[in-house]
Ligand binder design. Structure first.
Ligand SMILES: *Cc1c(COP(=O)(O)O)cnc(C)c1O
Length: 360
């Protein structure tokens, strides 16, 4: 039998949110509501759909490896230079490439826990050591991260808002933190849920790139833009960081459909506005229902909430599936009495609460 690298031995394959069809089959259900993967319950822009379909007419051609049209559009929107952008098959791929570009054996990276699983995966794959500082009050402990910086630290990963807890770090906290970190350490600011946040204290990170050349901001089309299946995300950083990443990136890593879909989605401001408003309204509705039930939850700034059911999460996860609702058990995040629940449409949340009321 073939063996793998020793770094790979300690890794575990990612366990994705359970697919709808699996649950339908397993529990013999006609209708299943998936609130497990923070997907957009309102779908995506119709303009994006049309653009994607158009690209299916020319599948024989390689995509534009430079993502030129999308690059120009985002550079203009973000007010950055085109050489400050890199595109990936989702920010997942960018995280993996960041690991391959900046982490070697015995290098260290720091993040908090629980947070996004791909940070540690990208580091461990390269033989690096990931240091995971516990969250405080479900929020990133930036001082705790500063305390763990050593000569070997190469990368720091911050999810803002955090996944799974949905908490944010403020503009002031982020700036103070960045000032304390040596300029040879890359700080990854993963802002996958940026478009959902309406708290005034949430940072605008892009202007910081003018002063700090050791930042990379990650954004994605998977969440607010509703294009998770296309796999497209991007990083914004100093041109030299982008240049290093480009040396490791696959030449045609973003498909034509993904590029054209993202470009059209970017221009459909109305879809984004509608999703933003709907998510906000459903979040307030969900808070109200949870308060009425006397349930504890963490206030979240994204399109999902961590709800404390005060019982083992894997058991409740199965019980909810029997009632046609898929959520994400807190077990996977070391928060075993919680479930991470994506904010669906109001109707989907009513289905969720109907199931919950029968189970609590
Ligand atoms: C969903 C998510 C991503 C990854 O999204 P992609 O689909 O790979 O672009 C990255 N970071 C966090 C924190 C997420 O929740």
């Amino acid at each position: 039998m073939v063996s793998c690298r020793k770094e790979v031995e300690s890794l575990r394959a990612y366990v994705p949110g359970k697919p709808i069809d699996d649950v339908k089959k397993e529990f013999n259900l006609d209708k299943v509501t998936k609130l497990a993967s923070n997907e957009n319950p309102y779908g995506c822009s119709e303009k994006a759909k049309e653009a994607i379909i158009e690209t299916l007419k020319t599948p024989s051609l390689y995509p534009d490896g430079n993502c030129t049209k999308l690059r120009n559009a985002i550079a203009e929107k973000m007010n950055v230079e085109t050489n400050q952008l890199v595109f990936g098959a989702g920010s997942d791929e960018l995280l993996s490439i960041i690991g391959r570009t900046f982490i070697g054996p015995s290098d260290e990276a720091i993040t908090c826990t629980p947070s996004f699983a791909q940070y540690s995966a990208s580091v461990k794959t390269m033989g690096g050591k990931i240091i995971q500082v516990p969250l405080i009050n479900h929020t990133y402990d930036l001082n705790g991260i500063v305390d763990k910086v050593t000569d070997r630290t190469k990368v720091i990963f911050i999810a803002n808002p955090n996944n799974p807890t949905g908490t944010i770090i403020t503009e002031k906290e982020q700036l103070e933190f960045i000032k304390k970190i040596p300029s040879n350490i890359l700080i990854v600011l993963d802002e996958a849920y940026y478009e959902y946040v309406y708290d005034d204290n949430y940072p605008e990170s892009v202007p910081l790139l003018k002063e700090y050349d050791n930042l990379i901001i990650l954004r994605t089309f998977s969440k607010m833009y509703g294009l998770a299946s296309l796999r497209v995300g991007y990083g914004i950083a100093h041109p030299e960081i982008i240049d290093y990443i480009n040396r490791v990136r696959g030449p045609f890593n973003v498909t034509t459909g993904a590029q054209e879909g993202a470009l059209a989605a970017l221009s459909d401001e109305e879809f984004v506005k509608n999703t933003f408003e709907a998510n906000k309204a459903v979040k307030e509705y969900t808070y109200r229902r949870l308060d009425e039930l006397g349930m504890d939850y963490i206030e979240g700034h994204g399109n999902f909430l961590m709800i404390d059911f005060k019982k083992p999460s894997m058991d409740l996860f199965v019980e909810l599936q029997k009632k046609g609702v898929i959520v994400r058990p807190g077990f996977y995040f070391g928060m075993d009495t919680y479930q991470r629940v994506t904010l669906g449409t109001k109707e989907e949340m009513d289905t969720f609460f109907e199931a919950v009321e029968q189970l609590i």
